[in-house]
Design a protein around this ligand. Structure first.
Ligand code: FAD
Length: 412
């Protein structure tokens, strides 16, 4: 039987970031996945190692981008810096955004956020998911205490005293601590019997990379329509953005069926032509949106992180950022166990992890539910309330600063 101090199931951004943070400790770590990081198709920019500093990283055309991108907060940037991977991420390709413009399609409500208000040069970065994965993967190779089991199908989970045993078709592995970083449909969560609260948002998100007539001015644009929010996230070429268009599933199916020309026309219109016409688009992908929240994040010798523990509407671009905050918090708990010579699965500090992260993630889930319901309602009173609310917050600088600090992950 193989043995590892910690076994992380899942090699997404959260699982790899966790492996990085733990690899710096004097422990033996393994990552097990049903996919293979090293066999994923890579675009040119992902192969690049650090070369000369003046390298051109702008995409020449929209097809060069990975369509899966994430808005990464200042707090997540800080974590990547601590892990020593930020340089490799930012060298490949990142797109800072310095401003946010949010407005209501029904009425006059609008709000503007400027990074200068919180004394920062930027509010965050838009980063292709494959860029973060490539940088994490490349750096992980430098650790000799990390083993990688790719392309595994998990078949069984057993819980003897002092650890967990998992079986795959190839091997049996004993670990002192099993971590489920295996995404929204987590096998670990289901096999270990964690209870889950789950509810469909009754919306589907459509994503694509688009070319626009006007410069995005390093601004994230978001329009709330009764059918759902539409976001244009600025990429590092001034006329290219990544879009997330969330709407009811029937409408999403119609939009997915549009030919390219109709899609571009409707998309430009849906953003009120703030960036002029949409000139071209990459292929589209769609994702049904579901809120999930595990009732516990830990049990004896097992912990959940990232989407395995919670999934949230992408309207505020927080899902991955919450997962990275889980990583920072769980690592602190495990470091305490190590420094006090306690077993890795010692529950007292793990409970602190669960308490701290669960309440934070729950508040974010509740805030997203509130936003979603508030903005998808056309009742006159609610329309007036939210328009006055937006304009009110926009005119109160202290409240605006508070919201911006929370969104950037640097609030108290
Ligand atoms: C449209 C959209 C837009 C978004 N935009 C943002 C944004 O702007 N900002 C943001 O912060 N978040 C955003 N998110 C959320 C973000 O994408 C996720 O929260 C994040 O990718 C989750 O990362 P993860 O590593 O926890 O899970 P995943 O990325 O799902 O990784 C899970 C890993 O586990 C592996 N795995 C799964 N099952 C098994 C198994 N049975 N055995 C072994 N391995 C397994 C998979 O191969 C995968 O590698 C968005 C989400 C959507 C849908």
């Amino acid at each position: 039987m193989k043995q590892h101090d910690i076994l992380i199931i899942g090699d997404g951004i959260v699982g790899l970031a966790l492996a990085h943070a733990l690899a710096k400790e004097d422990i033996d770590i393994a990552i097990l996945s049903n996919s293979d990081l090293f066999a994923r198709p890579k675009k040119q920019v992902l192969h690049s190692k650090r070369l000369d500093s003046g390298r051109e990283t702008s995409a020449k055309n929209i097809q060069e981008y990975d369509q899966r991108v994430s808005a990464i907060t200042l707090a997540s940037e800080h974590l990547f810096k601590q892990l020593g991977v930020w340089e490799d991420i930012s060298f490949r390709r990142v797109s800072p955004f310095r401003d946010m413009q949010v407005w209501d399609a029904t009425g006059s409500g609008q709000i503007h956020f400027d990074s200068a208000w919180i004394g920062q040069t930027h509010l965050g970065h838009i980063i292709e998911n494959s860029v973060m994965l490539a940088a994490l993967q490349e750096n992980l190779l430098s650790y000799s205490n990390v083993t990688y089991y790719p392309l595994r199908e998990l078949t069984e989970l057993m819980r003897p005293a002092e650890g967990v045993i998992v079986k795959t078709q190839q091997e049996t592995i004993f670990t002192k601590l099993l971590i489920g970083a295996d995404g929204a449909n987590s096998w670990v969560r289901q096999q270990a019997g964690f209870m889950l609260k789950q509810q469909s948002y009754d919306q589907t998100a459509i994503i694509a990379t688009v070319q626009t007539e006007h410069d995005h001015k390093e601004t994230a644009w978001q329009r709330f329509m009764p059918t759902g929010p539409l976001a244009f996230l600025p990429l590092n070429h001034a006329n290219q953005s990544s879009i997330v268009w969330s709407c009811e599933p029937m409408l999403a199916a119609e939009i997915m069926a549009y030919d390219d020309e109709t899609f571009c026309q409707e998309l430009g219109k849906a953003l009120d032509f703030k960036l002029g016409q949409v000139l071209s688009s990459s292929v589209r992908q769609s994702f049904p949106l579901v809120m999930r929240h595990a009732e516990r994040y830990i049990m004896e010798n097992i912990a959940l992180v990232g989407d395995a523990a919670h999934t949230i509407h992408p309207l505020a671009g927080q899902g991955l950022n919450l997962g990275l905050a889980d990583v920072a918090c769980l690592v602190k708990a495990l470091q305490k166990n190590l420094s006090l010579n306690r077993p890795l699965g010692y529950m007292s500090f793990l409970r602190q992890y669960e308490r701290e992260r669960r309440i934070h993630n729950l508040l974010m889930i509740k805030a997203m539910n509130m936003f979603k319901h508030l903005f998808s309602n056309e009742h006159a009173l609610l329309v007036s309330l939210r328009n006055n609310g937006l304009n009110g917050v926009d005119s109160l600088s202290w409240l605006k600063i508070f919201f911006m600090q929370q969104a950037a992950g640097i609030g108290a």
